[in-house]
Design a protein around this ligand. Sequence first.
Ligand SMILES: *Cc1c(COP(=O)(O)O)cnc(C)c1O
Length: 416
Amino acid sequence: MTSPVWRPFTQHGLGEPVPKVVRAEGTALWTEDGRRVVDAISSWWVTTHGHRHPRIMTAIAEATQRLDQIIFAGWTHEPAEQLAEELIAMLPDPLAYVFYSDSGSTSVEVALKMALGYWANTGRPRHRIAVMESSYHGDTIGGMSVGARGAFNRSYAPLLFDVDTLPFPDEGREQTTLDALERLCRGGDLAALIVEPLILGAGGMRIYAPTVLAQMRAICAHHEVLFIADEVMTGWGRTGTLLACEQAGVVPDILCLSKGLTGGAVPLAVTVATAPIFEAHRSTDRAKMFFHSSSYTANPIACSAALANLEVWRDEPVAERIATLAARQQDRLNRLSGHPAILNRRRLGTITAMELGAPDSAYLSDLGPRLLAFFRDRDLLLRPLGNTIYVMPPYCTGEDDLDRIYDAIEAAVQFV
Ligand SMILES: *Cc1c(COP(=O)(O)O)cnc(C)c1O
């Protein structure tokens, strides 16, 4: 029986098996046929504390006793008000206003519209967006436009807008990136720079130095170019700190958060902006309002899940769990040092990555799918990006599961 489901990032013509998950808890997914699968990539980077964290599940259940979706234009509700207040208390100054949406991609679209709206409403229209080479910001048209171009979006190229691309600040080439940014800023038409702080996710888990992030931020500030941090993946402790930006001592003008915002339980996103960006839209002139909404803006059940996530961060030793997971992963990574086929072993917080064999295999080469099947057969959810294997487990992942993950990676060297 074929399923009528059209899956994301799936080539249906290859007939690859699609395991059905019937239950999730902590690091584990249980399949219909009774297998316990280790979720080594946090279900595509969303699950932070672990699947079905009891507090978050309870908060969702309780929220459903009072509210479902409520229109958020002209009306409000307690979960959204409280969440915005708690987020602003938790996030660094001068981030001050929270705009809700429902996915990372949408939070990026909102950020780009806020940036252009800011310049338009202050009477100094600017039109260009600068991006970093190999970035990923989502699969909507704006998200794709500011992300890397390639096989993923070639068919849609006519719909994508033009951006200015900075070279990736590889070690030793940082100044090239900074010089390129400086030149673009001097051009005068740059509205904003959008970056994934410290690490590119879908772009291959490439890491760059906090000093580069700090310098990029400083150049933007000097030229009044808005600095957008897309922390959709890096936020909520992934890189070792609540925000990756913290490690560079920078605060963006606009911050995008999603994935771990609800601990990964239900969809929700926020785009957080500074007062000047909000003020540029506040006026008695209706033409200056922020023209954006989606049906499920600030869904009360999702906001309640996010409030529970904040409680977990406040009341449970999350930072310690992250530090422990980071240290254990570093140890496992060190043990792979004897393998000449495992290249570029690296770690940032709870994320580790390495390349298998020659570093030039493309995403569409068949190494990725072979590795995927190899790991699936070993009851591991790992999803290599081409020949880049990365591990991004929930923070509750224990020693035994880490052993299983890294033993399998070690065994995977047979493919090269
Ligand atoms: C996942 C991701 C997005 C897109 O988020 P969705 O919720 O999948 O739309 C945007 N930016 C970054 C950095 C991401 O990792």
